[in-house]
Write a protein that binds this ligand. Structure first.
Ligand SMILES: [Zn+2]
Length: 254
């Protein structure tokens, strides 16, 4: 099935990975996404609100509900190797991360490119300068998942997000500061509580993050258990975790 899908992708390179259209008025954009689907990723960022809120979850931000074309785009990128989607998804992730930084940073002085440039050349070391270099830390995938997918989708997306955030005048780097300490059972089908229990102690920090301002990055937030565990591990290493940036949030099931 996967081979068939891959061949289909090769045979129909102009098909939008979100909605499947072959063409749109104005033409299908490059990077496997049409203008309409790209618009779904354009924001603005909003707060995600998992219920119940896991203990220790930093404020989570997201761009879209995890459904329809946005879900298809994320799955195509993660599971089907449509790596060209990393840039538009990374752009959405960047909007989330900027919102998390803005909300989580007292004295934040805005993040437009001009302001960032002025601060950069003035040498005043104020505003974002005083925050130090922000670390965008992707939630780690298991080694097995990376092997099966052929790439680490979240890291790839985070790299493009970093470029976007830098272009907005914020000093930021991707830091792969987390790794899985043990195997984690598949979260699908677990309740919120079971997800949290499944993940306790799952991650550990493997990079120097003490005193650093950190935003956790992931593609989708569901119960928030994964992000909360990532934040726990980073805080245990001394990081100042100001928020969680995601592209999409699983709609609440009432
Ligand atoms: Zn589309």
């Amino acid at each position: 099935m996967r081979l068939f899908e891959t061949l289909l992708d090769l045979a129909l390179p102009q098909r939008c990975a979100g909605c499947g259209v072959l063409d749109q008025p104005g033409g299908v954009l490059d990077q496997s996404i049409c203008t309409l689907c790209a618009a779904l990723l354009s924001g603005p960022a909003r707060r995600a609100s998992p219920v119940p809120v896991p203990l220790g979850l930093p404020p989570p931000w997201t761009i879209s509900a995890y459904e329809g074309p946005v879900q298809a785009l994320i799955v195509a990128h993660k599971e089907r190797g449509r790596t060209s989607l990393a840039r538009p998804l990374g752009r959405a992730l960047a909007k989330s991360a900027l919102a998390a930084l803005e909300a989580g940073s007292p004295g934040w002085g805005g993040h437009d490119a001009q302001a960032g440039h002025e601060r950069g050349v003035s040498g005043s070391h104020s505003a974002t300068e005083g925050l130090g270099v922000v670390a965008l830390v992707p939630v780690p995938s298991s080694a097995m998942a990376v092997r099966q997918r052929g790439h680490d989708a979240t890291r790839r997306m985070a790299s493009f997000a970093v470029q976007e955030i830098q272009a907005a005048g914020v000093r930021v780097v991707r830091v792969d500061a987390l790794r899985q300490r043990r195997r984690v059972a598949d979260q699908a089908g677990l309740s919120s509580t079971a997800r949290a229990v499944n993940l306790v102690g799952a991650f550990e920090a493997v990079a120097w993050v003490a005193g650093r301002r950190v935003v956790v990055a992931d593609d989708v937030i569901t119960s928030g258990a994964t992000s909360a565990e990532a934040a726990r591990a980073l805080r245990a290493a001394g990081a100042d975790v100001v928020g969680v940036a995601t592209v999409a949030a699983t709609p609440r099931k009432w």
